[in-house]
Design a protein around this ligand. Structure first.
Ligand code: SF4
Ligand code: SF4
Length: 201
């Protein structure tokens, strides 16, 4: 398969996009009205709760994507990390979907490094703990140990419906998160946008 974005980038001299022109509509905000039998209770009294939504489309056509991908919720940011921001990822129990989308932010199309964002393999060098998946019993202590090993200041990011609310298959990860990034899975643009917000620019 040809990488058309790469060929286009070579021709134009630009290989990254600030905001991709096309984002899968169902990974964006959803709005509408009417009664629906939402399997996760993400729609209550006509109000959509993004952190509970697994984007199953059962509420369609009463509720539809608005195409707004800016759906993360920032609780607190850290101006300290404006220059560089290292992420340590813990998969507490995913299906693999969130991990795949997260990896994509390192691709040349999204290129997280231009914003000073990097992955690290050790919590001792990490500024942010990125948690994905439902909370499985054995990962509870791993998450706590990783958090304690990180130097201060540090931030916690809950990525995807499973980590935030447990989605449809489990329970979420209890945490005083700095930012929550809804989606099942969140799209790479939404992830990158939320990381830029929480690192303070
Ligand atoms: S997409 Fe599915 S989970 Fe999300 S609000 Fe609609 S019915 Fe509920
Ligand atoms: S939020 Fe969705 S994509 Fe992410 S781990 Fe859960 S089920 Fe998989």
């Amino acid at each position: 398969m040809k990488n058309w974005w790469f060929i286009r980038g070579l021709k134009r001299g630009v290989i990254t996009e600030d905001k991709p022109r096309e984002i899968a509509p169902w990974s964006t905000e959803i709005s509408g009205s009417g009664e629906v039998n939402c399997p996760t209770g993400a729609i209550r009294d006509g109000k959509w709760e993004p952190g509970k939504c697994i984007f199953c489309r059962k509420c369609y056509p009463n509720y539809r994507p608005t195409l707004n991908p800016y759906i993360s919720t920032l609780h607190k940011s850290e101006k300290t990390f404006r220059r560089s921001f290292y992420l340590y990822v813990v998969d507490a129990g995913t299906c693999g979907g969130c991990n795949l989308e997260l990896k994509l932010i390192a691709s040349p199309q999204y290129d997280m490094t231009r914003f000073g964002i990097f992955f690290t393999n050790t919590p001792r060098h990490a500024d942010a703990l990125v948690l994905t998946g439902v909370l499985t019993e054995r990962m509870n202590d791993v998450i706590k140990e990783a958090y304690e090993a990180m130097p201060s200041p540090k931030v916690v990011i809950l990525l995807g419906a499973c980590a935030i609310s447990g989605g449809i298959i489990g329970k979420g990860i209890p945490s005083d998160a700095n930012i929550i990034v809804p989606g099942c899975p969140p799209n790479p643009f939404t992830i990158l946008d939320s990381l830029r917000k929480v690192k303070g620019g």
